[in-house]
Structures are given as structure tokens and as C-alpha cells.
Design a protein around this ligand. Structure first.
Ligand code: LLP
Length: 436
């Protein structure tokens, strides 16, 4: 992926940096991000939209990977930012991200989070339910401001990796249901509230999607709904947000489409349906997370113990695991890997890569072919850039790894490795519990 290659020493190189050297400098486990690849992904979305002639915003879904450095890269690329919590919002603001390009998601935003977002004057709230609608109107009223919103609706389209199911999405905690009239009522109600300015609608149909069918179906259903709203309420939306979910290639059998294919499919569905009914074309917004951060991230581990059960399985343990990448344990997610210090050697054996957590299910990759693995080897697991660091945890009180950005042969720390001091930093030994 991206700028990765094998150098003359037979080492994996990312962004012009030798992966083995990176591990010497920063230790392992280590998240390495190929900054050029992140930037190229951002640009591919912008370029694809430019070809459609539509007005647009590409909002990076920061839940996939959110740090100050990442916010800065996204800002420099001119994208917008989707945040889902006060913590992500705070990170973006501290990194200097322009608040007017921030969109705030979530099905249970707290009063404090809403107030914080109003105080910095974010671009828009993606309102998820009636409770939030009332609360936001009230809190905006208290501050004497008007909040821009999108209403998140569920169009009855649920995309799975290879296909999509119609009407499957009614039973979800997110958004206003379109089928039952709930979404219509939300629009109607929003238009009556004094401190709410309804920009348009939002839908998100799923994640790691490989075809355009679900996106097209969602775009069509939302377009029909917009026409219905115009006919019944004389309201014309200026924004249509179709969410994220564009797939990436974790392993060979994953076959995502080029970014252009998704964007063009969405654009043509919107243009055709709304164009036919002379509906002024809204801005189209999207929210890719995984497809911007995922392939740009590689996790480097040091191999430790090896346990061989002849004719059964060989376990190769690394110095990280479900603490830095929860996805295999949580979703049976698949990854590919290579030996970064012997990347040019031919495959020799089938091994199972285990993490170091005290849990049998802490396996990163099952039955995977590698050169003969030895303690001290550097294992590089690719495509870990999305929902890896983001879902990292301190299970077994294991400190979180460092995050390094590489580009043009330069490496820079984006997040320092956690220390044992960090681990106990918030622990207290309350005196009233002390027994003598
Ligand atoms: N917009 C909304 C409203 C979302 O809920 C999500 C993801 C995105 C955008 C970005 O989707 P993406 O482009 O990254 O697929 N932890 C899971 C993924 C959860 C996705 C949740 N929502 C994983 O590791 O696969």
C-alpha cells in the first residue's frame, strides 16, 4: 500500500523510512502512518467530487483514527471533520481545526458536549433524535444563537460488505426512521424551532462496503424523501450527507472499488432523481473514515515466544495484541502481515500470530504463511490505520503504543508511547480504605 516497498537490506520501508530502524528508534509495538497515503486518499475524494460538478464536502470520520496530528493533516488537505464526542471535538480544536468545518454526530450528545460545540461555533450538528432536537434548540436559545443541523435518517438500506438489505435498518439506535413517518415529523418539527436551522439530511448505511448498490439505493430514497418534503412542507434542503463506509483491502479477497466509482454512483443517483424534478441540487457530503486512515497504518511488533504443536499449530507471539488492535477479537477481522526485517524471504511456514494478553481469543492472525519466524523478528501487520489506535485499550494494564508519522524519509512522533506512570496516573489509594 502507498509508499511501502522492500529496500536493499530486504527490510520493509514506509514513507522512505526503514521499518526496522523505526523500531530501534521508537520501540514496539509501533503504529506507523504513511502520511503521503493519507493525503492521497483525501485528494482522491476531492478530485472525484470535482468531476461530478456538484458542490460537496468530504468530512473525515475521525472515529477511525483521531489525534491532533491527524486533525492537522485533514485540515491541511481542506477536508471537513466528523466528530462523535467531546473528546474528538476537543482534539480537533486543540489542533487548530476550523470549527466551521466540523460536524458533530452521536445518538446521545451530552449537555456539556453540545454547549462546548455551540461555544466554538461548529459547522453543524447531525441531530439523531427528538430529545436532542429539543435540547439543542433550548441550549442554542440560552446562548442566543442558531444551530445548523442535519437530521440523521434511516432510509431502510443496510449495506453489508458485499451486498445490501432493504428495510433492514429500521431497528437501529441511530436516527429518525423514514418508513414510519418519524423522519417526516422530525423535519416538520425542526422547521418550527427558532434556534434550529435545518440544512438537510444525513444517512449512513454501514461500513467496509464494496459496491455501489447500497449507496445508490440510499441516495435515491433520500432524494425521493426530499421531494416529498418539498411538496408537503415547501422546504428545500441545501445538504445531502450520505455518510461513510467505503471499503478497503485488508486481505486479497477484499475488492473495494476505486473512490471515483462510489462518488460517481452517488452523484449520478442524486443528479438524476432531483434533476428530473427540478429540485435545486444540494451539496453532497460524505464521511469516509476507514478508507482514509486504514491502509495508511502499519503496526510493527517484535516477535517473542514461539510455541510449536507439531501437526496442529504453531503460535508466534508478539508484544502487542488485542490492546492495540481489538478488531480480530471483536469482529474476527482479517489482516495480512510480513516480516519487516526479512521482507524478501520466501514463505516457509503457516503460523498463528498471537497477542500477549491473558485471553485465549487474543489472536491477531490465524493460520498465516510467513518465512520461518524467530524470536526477535519484526512483524508488520498492514492496514491497521483505522479503528486500531482508536479502539486501543489498557487491558492487562498494557501501555498504548506510540504513533509515528512517516513521509519522505522523515519520521515524527504523533503520539508518545504510554508509560507505566501513565497507567497508574489516575489511580488513588484513598486513605479511609487503608487497613493497618
Ligand atoms: N459516518 C457515520 C455516521 C458512521 O457511523 C461511521 C462509522 C462513519 C461515518 C465512518 O465509516 P467508515 O468510512 O470508517 O467505514 N469499529 C468498527 C467500525 C465502526 C464504524 C462506525 N461508524 C470497525 O473497526 O470496523
Amino acid at each position: 500500500h502507498g509508499t511501502s516497498r522492500i529496500n536493499q537490506q530486504g527490510h520493509l520501508e514506509i514513507g522512505g523510512c526503514d521499518a526496522v530502524e523505526l523500531t530501534k528508534q521508537y520501540g514496539t509495538p509501533l503504529y506507523v502512518y504513511d502520511e503521503e497515503l493519507i493525503r492521497n486518499k483525501c485528494r482522491s475524494y476531492v478530485e472525484a467530487f470535482k468531476e461530478t460538478g456538484l458542490q460537496f464536502q468530504v468530512a473525515y470520520a475521525s472515529k477511525a483514527f483521531c489525534t491532533m496530528k491527524m486533525s492537522q493533516v485533514i485540515m491541511e488537505e481542506g477536508l471537513s471533520l466528523d466528530v462523535v464526542s467531546g473528546g474528538e471535538l476537543y482534539t480537533a480544536i486543540q489542533a487548530g481545526f476550523p470549527p466551521e468545518r466540523i460536524h458533530f454526530h452521536g445518538n446521545n450528545k451530552s449537555i456539556e458536549e453540545i454547549q462546548m460545540a455551540l461555544d466554538v461555533n461548529i459547522g453543524c450538528f447531525v441531530v439523531d433524535n427528538f430529545y436532542e432536537l429539543e435540547l439543542l434548540n433550548e441550549l442554542a436559545g440560552d446562548k442566543g444563537v442558531i444551530a445548523n443541523i442535519l437530521l440523521r435518517v434511516t432510509p431502510g438500506v443496510e449495506a453489508h460488505t458485499h451486498d445490501y438489505i432493504s428495510t433492514g435498518q429500521q431497528d437501529t439506535k441511530f436516527g429518525f426512521d423514514m418508513g414510519s413517518g418519524m423522519a417526516f415529523e422530525a423535519v416538520n418539527h425542526s422547521l418550527l424551532l427558532n434556534h434550529i436551522n435545518l440544512l438537510g439530511l444525513h444517512s449512513h448505511i454501514g461500513s467496509q462496503i464494496f459496491d455501489t448498490t447500497g449507496f445508490k439505493a440510499a441516495a435515491e430514497r433520500l432524494s425521493h424523501f426530499l421531494i416529498e418534503i418539498r411538496d408537503r412542507l415547501q422546504y428545500t434542503a441545501s445538504v445531502l450527507n450520505l455518510g461513510g463506509g467505503f471499503g478497503i483491502r485488508y486481505e486479497e479477497e477484499d475488492q473495494p472499488l476505486p473512490v471515483k466509482a462510489y462518488i460517481h454512483a452517488i452523484a449520478s443517483a442524486v443528479k438524476q432523481l432531483l434533476g428530473e424534478r427540478s429540485y435545486p441540487l444540494p451539496e453532497v457530503w460524505i464521511e469516509p473514515g476507514r478508507s482514509i486512515a486504514g491502509e495508511a497504518g502499519t503496526t510493527l511488533y517484535t516477535v517473542g515466544s514461539v510455541k510449536d504443536l507439531p501437526t496442529i499449530r504453531k503460535y508466534v507471539s508478539v508484544d502487542g495484541g488485542m490492546t492495540d488492535n481489538l478488531r480480530p477479537a471483536l469482529y474476527q477481522a482479517k489482516y495480512e502481515a510480513l516480516l519487516a526485517n526479512r521482507a524478501d524471504e520466501p514463505a516457509a511456514e503457516v503460523v498463528t500470530i498471537a497477542g500477549k494478553c491473558c485471553e485465549s481469543g487474543d489472536l491477531l492472525i490465524k493460520d498465516y504463511t510467513l518465512p520461518a519466524v524467530q524470536p526477535g523478528d519484526i512483524l508488520a501487520v498492514s492496514c491497521t490505520g483505522a479503528y486500531g489506535f482508536a479502539m486501543a485499550n489498557n487491558y492487562n494494564r498494557i501501555p498504548r503504543p506510540a504513533v509515528v508519522f512517516v513521509r519522505n524519509g522523515q519520521s515524527d512522533i504523533a503520539v508518545e508511547r504510554e508509560t507505566y506512570e501513565d497507567i497508574i496516573q489516575r489511580d488513588r489509594l484513598p486513605s479511609h480504605c487503608t487497613t493497618i
